[in-house]
Design a protein around this ligand. Structure first.
Ligand SMILES: [Zn+2]
Length: 358
């Protein structure tokens, strides 16, 4: 067999399933047969033409699969092994990686700074919405899936869980902290779960969809607020006796959520931003205490690499958190256009879709 099915970006508004050659395996690569992948919000931006990739590129960056073939230099794995790889596959050779920021691993400094340099699948190289994917720098990026875990249980590790947890980690949540998490989409839900694991004693989850708030409770939220029903800032200040939260996590990427996340912070609190913004942000004077509030605003991009994946898989294997419940729908790869339609329009209570090539 030399050909495979792959979902490729054709033009804005068009992602189609095509036949492509199965790629040859270079010395540092691994060919992984995809058993389950999924669609990310970023892929919807690609579909709409809001984030540009080369026409003909295979989309997708969340792989669960089986090693089909290992490159000659790749040590420590066996063909036939179940693995995941991070959405971001750093080479660990760059200045950014050696500075501890593997997600910004660009490898190339000749074109200046470009964020997301480590994100290759479905961005700069063929991605995971296909029967096979070539994992670059495989020895640094393949993580074996512990026995007994389903594809659905580990499907969030490559991107959504890594990003959501990074938001909680960057917020520097301490045991006993009060944390507000703005937006309970898949990443916000993982930030809620991450805040719980970090030891927050009260987690306030905010969204406008009651089903999402219900899942937030299952993942550790103590209080849920529907912004369609209450003034979220007033409510949070009431809940904290006017003190404000120790940390707020923004997981949507809008001025309004960013601003609310800032307004509910205590002096000295941290706003941890995960949203991808598409216009300039304004920082209101009062919310920012005119610059005198000792506040921190930090951003995070999905950390990758096998050590990050190993830790996330450990969290899943230990039963500390069950993210399988974020997988609400399942499709065959042949139905991926339909899956994009459902996911892109957020119909039928969808959180994440499992895509099965075989
Ligand atoms: Zn993503």
């Amino acid at each position: 067999m030399t050909m495979m099915k792959a979902a490729v970006f054709v033009a804005p508004g068009r992602i189609e399933l095509v036949d492509k050659p199965i790629p040859p395996v270079g010395p540092n690569d691994a060919l992984v047969r995809i058993t389950t992948t999924t669609i990310c919000g970023t892929d919807v931006h690609i579909l709409k033409g809001e984030y540009q990739v080369a026409p003909g590129l295979t989309i997708g960056h969340e792989p669960v699969g089986i090693i089909e073939k290992l490159g000659s230099n790749v040590q420590g794995y066996q063909e036939g092994q179940r693995v995941i790889a991070g959405a971001i596959c750093p080479s660990f050779n760059s200045y950014a990686s050696q500075d501890g920021l593997s997600s910004q691993d660009g490898g190339c400094t000749c074109h200046g700074y470009k964020p997301m340099g480590g994100w290759r699948f479905g961005n700069t190289i063929d991605g995971t919405q296909a029967e096979y994917v070539l994992v670059p720098d495989a020895q640094a990026n393949l993580a074996p899936v512990p026995d007994g875990l389903s594809d659905e249980q580990v499907l969030m590790c490559p991107d959504i869980m890594s990003t959501g947890f990074a938001g909680a980690e960057a917020a520097n949540i301490k045991i006993g902290d009060i944390v507000a998490v703005f937006a309970q989409g898949p990443i916000g839900l993982c930030a809620t779960a991450g805040a719980k694991l970090r030891g927050a004693s009260m987690i306030i989850a905010i969204d406008g969809v009651s089903e999402r708030l219900q899942i937030a409770r299952q993942l550790g939220a103590d209080v849920t607020l529907n912004f369609r029903e209450v003034d979220v800032v007033d409510e949070i200040l009431k809940l904290t006796g006017g003190r404000g939260v120790d940390a707020s996590i923004e997981a949507l990427g809008l001025q309004s959520t960013f601003e609310s996340a800032l307004r509910v912070l205590k002096p000295g609190g941290t706003l941890s931003s995960l949203g991808v913004y598409s216009s300039d942000l304004t920082i209101p004077l009062g919310a920012f205490h005119a610059g005198l509030g000792d506040n921190k605003i930090v951003t995070s991009l999905c950390p990758g690499g096998k050590e990050r994946m190993r830790r996330l898989l450990n969290v899943v294997a230990s039963g500390r958190v069950d993210l399988g419940l974020l997988v609400t729908h399942e499709y065959k790869l042949e139905q991926i256009v339909e899956a994009y339609d459902l996911f892109g329009h957020q119909r039928d209570g969808v959180l994440k879709v499992a895509i099965k090539p075989f």
